[in-house]
Design a binder for this molecule. Sequence first.
Ligand SMILES: Cc1cc2nc3c(=O)[nH]c(=O)nc-3n(C[C@H](O)[C@H](O)[C@H](O)COP(=O)(O)O)c2cc1C
Length: 203
Amino acid sequence: MRCRVLLVCGSLQKVSANRAALDIARIHLSGLGLATVEDADELGTIPAFNSDHLTDPPQAVVSFRQRISRCDVAMMSCPEYAGAMSGVLKNALDWIVGSGELYTKPVAVLSAGTTGGVHALRNLIQTLTWQGAHVVGQLGIAGPRTKSDPSGRLTDPATITAIERLVQQLIDVRVLPVDERLALVQHVTSSVGIEAGHIASMS
Ligand SMILES: Cc1cc2nc3c(=O)[nH]c(=O)nc-3n(C[C@H](O)[C@H](O)[C@H](O)COP(=O)(O)O)c2cc1C
């Protein structure tokens, strides 16, 4: 069965290291021929979160929620800004607190940026876990400019291999027995100090 993969980029700038990382994932998925890939390209048009509009959300939020609902797995890549995930991604995620689309959804997270995004990753893993997502893998890419060609395309073989491994781990999770999936999630969450009690159960 084809895997529906949603790519979510938390950077809006045209030449983006995080989009470049997702582009590697897209190329790999296309080579495998096993997946349908979608981009959440509405993030830049999602208005600032406002609880008053939760039941009558803006069209961009409706679209983002639908994309998350229909994907089997998601890969999210975002820059670290001042020690946290980008506001663009946090804002989009705030709109789906409580609406449930992320509940037990397998997600792999990346952060490409100067230091490798250790704080952004911790922050993103915590937010996603609080929202019920199953974060099954993570990857930080430090100094992406040194790993890219002048157009911003990632060319470093080790980085490309690491992204491809993360993609494989993400799509393989669909066929893992529940206990193995939860062990994987616990491995990721415990690495950033999140207690197992916060992980959404499969029952
Ligand atoms: C406002 C701002 C804050 C930043 N803060 C951090 C930071 O806290 N840690 C870090 O490693 N890089 C930081 N950076 C550098 C980004 O990681 C780097 O620009 C990255 O390539 C941005 O991702 P993008 O290329 O996908 O847009 C910051 C950049 C900007 C513009």
